[in-house]
Ligand binder design. Structure first.
Ligand code: FAD
Length: 474
């Protein structure tokens, strides 16, 4: 491809900024990144409170975040943040001893350990190729991409077993005789807002929580960033030859021989466009997301495929509690990680050890696809309302003994964040080749698709996908 072509990148989150970085590294310097807000980072969002940054979006990484590491090297930052601690509580605030090694039910523990070991072996053998970035070929029993190794060697092969990955994770582990592993996988999955195992295809669960990554979570071998995850992308943006254009209001994109973008009322012409923003079409009930068809000349094929996308309603709320109420560490409420307890707080995170007057952040989910419900029925059914859920979480905080401090009779809530989170498709569409169809559209109409939906909604998978895309097409 001619290195002088003019490329527009829509979105200044990890996917868009890293696309700019990888393009530059391949010698394409004629690119523009459009970001609609007044800051970069997207869901890596780290506001400040009393001089220190806290996290409303992404928090952590693992040592196998090789793509995030590419950005760290480019941007000159490192994972220098506070160590993460993990404790457990019951919904009534008492300590949850289920993971206390001294009190553990030994026969159950042995059974669980055996199933984890078996699962690791099955993934490496029966499901060889399960963990590479992206979903190319999976529904056809193939794998194609780059290995999850520091060198990320290109790999490809045929493996018909991979078709099982379209099943919801619960069915997938039952099929393989290892249902107990859900007890371990659930913590960094459901409580991190990625939905429930009876609704989400195993492919997503395992792209993110491949065996290696899961063991890093088990051993709390995790990365954080002192200035917050947003600082990675701020530093990356500052190093780019063309930092993102902020407050860019795109009203129209028309594609023909060239790509014509109307931004802040002015027409700009490009040769190619890379879209890293939500691909979902139609009205999205989220304050920050807009349907792709509200500004792109979406064609029939795109409309048909992108109307299948759903996302998680995952809210975070930061607040200040009373000095004596601060927990000794962040904690999980495992009992609230079930579809039956939808709307209840699952994680309570604080970054700086036991320091009073620091933000505590709660995490909650608001929709679940019930058993037997079709995608259409599920989409038509209203979700749990934002305000209603907030009241449930506030009641949880009372029970947990960490209620917001009152100031002038009001709860001291300092930030509320309603993300358009983890876009994905459900099992039927996955099995019917949704990804193969979208991958076949890459490059048509001078358009490329990247961002969370193309692999998985975490920092590393989105950046790795941008790398993959630039390697394949530019
Ligand atoms: C609460 C929470 C916790 C998380 N925890 C972790 C974690 O611990 N580890 C991890 O790896 N990941 C985590 N994530 C996920 C991670 O933040 C995302 O996967 C990642 O940010 C996705 O990058 P992206 O660029 O694809 O999308 P986004 O981060 O969503 O960025 C998209 C960008 O596009 C912009 N945009 C949208 N529409 C337009 C438009 N029309 N025009 C121009 N710009 C537009 C947005 O403003 C945004 O800046 C978490 C996310 C949340 C919300």
């Amino acid at each position: 491809m001619d290195k002088n072509i003019r490329i527009a990148i829509i979105g200044g989150g990890p996917a868009g900024l890293s696309a700019g970085m990888y393009l530059e590294q391949k010698g394409y310097e004629n690119y523009v990144i459009y970001e609609k807000t007044d800051h970069v980072g997207g869901k890596c969002h780290s506001p400040s409170w009393q001089g220190k940054r806290y996290e409303m979006g992404a928090i952590m990484g693992v040592p196998s975040y090789y793509a995030v590491h590419d950005v760290e090297l480019f941007a000159g930052v490192t994972h220098d943040g506070p160590k993460l601690h993990r404790t457990y509580r019951l919904p009534n605030g008492k300590v949850d001893h289920r993971f206390d090694k001294k009190l553990w039910n030994i026969p159950h523990l042995l059974k669980l350990k055996k199933q984890i070991k078996k699962f690791g072996e099955i993934l490496e053998t029966k499901y060889k190729g399960y963990d590479i970035c992206g979903h190319r070929g999976v529904s056809e029993g193939r794998y194609e991409g780059f290995a999850v190794t520091p060198g990320r060697e290109p790999v490809s092969g045929v493996n018909p077993n991979l078709k099982d990955l379209a099943l919801p994770f619960k069915k997938f582990v039952e099929l393989n005789g290892v249902p107990l592993v859900q007890e371990i996988w659930v913590q960094p999955f459901t409580s991190f807002g990625y939905g429930y195992f009876d609704e989400i295809p195993a492919a997503y669960v395992l792209k993110y929580l491949d065996f290696q990554t899961m063991m890093n979570f088990v051993n709390v071998n995790l990365w954080t960033w002192k200035e917050g995850t947003q600082s990675i992308y701020e530093a990356c943006n500052a190093k780019l030859k063309h930092p993102a254009i902020l407050n860019a209001a795109i009203s129209k994109i028309v594609r023909g021989k060239k790509v014509e973008i109307t931004v802040n009322g002015k027409k700009e012409e490009f040769d190619k466009v890379i879209i890293t923003t939500p691909l979902q079409v139609g009205t999205i009930n989220n304050p920050v997301a807009q349907g792709l068809d509200s500004y792109l000349d979406v064609n029939e094929e795109e409309r048909e495929l992108f109307s299948k996308i759903d996302y998680e309603r995952y809210d975070t709320m930061a607040y200040i509690t009373n000095p004596e109420a601060y927990p000794e560490a962040s904690f999980y409420v495992v009992d609230n990680m079930t579809p039956e307890t939808l709307g209840h707080g699952m994680v309570f995170y604080m970054r700086w050890g036991n320091e009073p007057e620091q933000p505590l952040v709660s995490y909650v989910l608001r929709k679940h696809k019930d058993a037997g419900e079709s995608v259409e029925q599920y989409k038509a059914r209203p979700e749990l309302g934002y305000e209603e859920t907030k009241q449930i979480v506030l009641a949880d905080l009372q029970k947990l003994g960490i209620p917001p401090k009152k100031e002038a009779g009001k709860d001291k809530i300092i930030y509320e964040f309603q993300a358009y989170y983890f876009p994905h498709v459900f099992s039927e569409d996955y099995a019917n080749g949704w990804y193969e169809k979208v991958e076949a559209m890459q490059g048509k109409n001078n358009t490329y698709y990247a961002g969370e939906i193309m692999s998985f909604g975490d920092m590393d998978e989105t950046i790795e996908y941008s790398r993959d895309l630039i390697n394949r097409f530019f």
